[in-house]
Design a protein around this ligand. Structure first.
Ligand SMILES: [Zn+2]
Ligand SMILES: [Zn+2]
Length: 369
């Protein structure tokens, strides 16, 4: 699809691109006299021509506006603009309508708001543009258990699903009812708004640019042409996903306003904390309690890992705070390798000793002297 054409203001005034301010002024005066409405009363064509001449002169006689106009002429749209997180892929041309241009041009000093610089191909081309436009991207979020994030899995979500209304097929009109040509824009889809000696065209607010008006809105969709239902989709959670990461589901976003492809759905993933495990990337951390005797004489302790309980050998003389590595018991990394799990040992000391135990400790203490 080719973008709308930029009006050739130089041609309208019959001057070259390198024309000086003086040339432009002269050309304008000559044409203005020729096409002045006072002179040619009731001649619609001349009136249009006069408007065009006026508009061209307003821009080309102003250094700043002329510069912006020249820039626009030499920079057809398509480069530099992107939409949504993915941007446009290479084969998608940049499509727009006049309302979008108003926004794009705000950086150019609002030029787009003031002048209709684009040969108004109106209804047809505008409709064609919106027909092949991609639907908007949508966003949602899910909260998943720690284990699902670490090991991967599935998570079902319900998402609103916009569809075409089955009764009216998307037109928004009650079947059998009459659709009339929009009285405001006479079916062109745009209206011309005058401002002083010049004007600009906008999307018709009465018909939203469609050029037609519905006399009786569809009883199912109340004139929107769309239905809203919800559907359940199962999201595949890749192993090792982190809190705050996003999953993209291609084509599950908003539908196109026409027949273009759907947008994408971005799912923000929140990962719940775990009562025992802490995670840093693909490494897991946890703590294990051992008793005094095990710490001193050595032994075994059963620790929980993501893969289930594992028996850890405690060597004699293990100090509190000692870290043990359980190789490959952590979280699967991006490269598919398994991270490690580190267990920090805490030593639980006995609190209430019996008289006999205290005596034994006395003996033990004196043996150290
Ligand atoms: Zn209209
Ligand atoms: Zn409907």
């Amino acid at each position: 699809m080719s973008p709308a054409e930029v009006k050739d203001l130089y041609k309208i005034l019959g001057v070259g691109e390198t024309a000086t301010k003086e040339d432009i002024k002269k050309a304008f005066r000559k044409l203005a006299v020729k096409y002045h409405p006072d002179k040619l009363k009731g001649d619609k064509k001349s009136e249009e021509r006069f408007k065009e001449i006026n508009e061209a002169y307003q821009i080309l006689s102003d250094d700043k506006k002329r510069q912006q106009y020249d820039f626009m002429r030499k920079n057809p749209f398509g480069a530099g603009f992107s939409q949504g997180p993915g941007g446009f892929s290479g084969d998608q041309s940049f499509q727009f309508n006049m309302d979008d241009l108003g926004n794009l041009f705000s950086g150019f000093g609002g030029l787009g708001d003031m002048f209709d610089l684009f040969g108004s191909k109106s209804k047809k081309s505008r409709r064609a543009a919106s027909a092949s436009m991609r639907g908007a991207d949508a966003q949602t979020s899910i909260t998943i258990p720690f284990e699902t994030a670490a090991q991967g899995g599935q998570h079902a979500i319900r998402i609103p699903k916009k569809g075409v209304c089955p009764q009216c097929g998307g037109t928004g009109a009650q079947p059998g009812s009459r659709q009339i040509t929009c009285p405001r824009c006479k079916g062109t889809g745009s209206v011309f708004v005058s401002q002083g000696s010049f004007g600009f065209s906008r999307t018709c607010p009465e018909c939203m640019g469609t050029g037609t008006k519905i006399t009786q809105p569809c009883s199912v969709c109340h004139g929107t042409g769309k239905t809203e239902a919800s559907k359940t989709i199962t999201v595949k959670i890749p192993a090792g996903i982190r809190d705050g990461q996003k999953i993209r589901l291609a084509g599950e976003g908003e539908p196109s306003p026409g027949s273009g492809p759907n947008g994408d759905l971005y799912i923000l993933v929140n990962v719940l904390a775990h009562p025992k495990f802490k995670r840093d990337g693909d490494i897991l951390y946890s703590e294990a309690d051992i008793d005094l005797v095990t710490a001193i004489q050595g032994g075994k302790v059963v620790v929980d890992t993501l893969q289930g309980p594992v028996t850890l050998k405690i060597p004699a003389g293990t100090q509190p705070g000692t870290k043990f590595k359980l190789k490959g018991c952590g979280v699967k990394s991006k490269k598919g390798r398994m991270g490690d799990h580190f267990v920090t040992v805490r030593v639980a000391l006995p609190r209430n000793l019996s008289a006999k135990q205290r005596k034994l400790f006395d003996e033990f203490a004196s043996s150290l002297k």
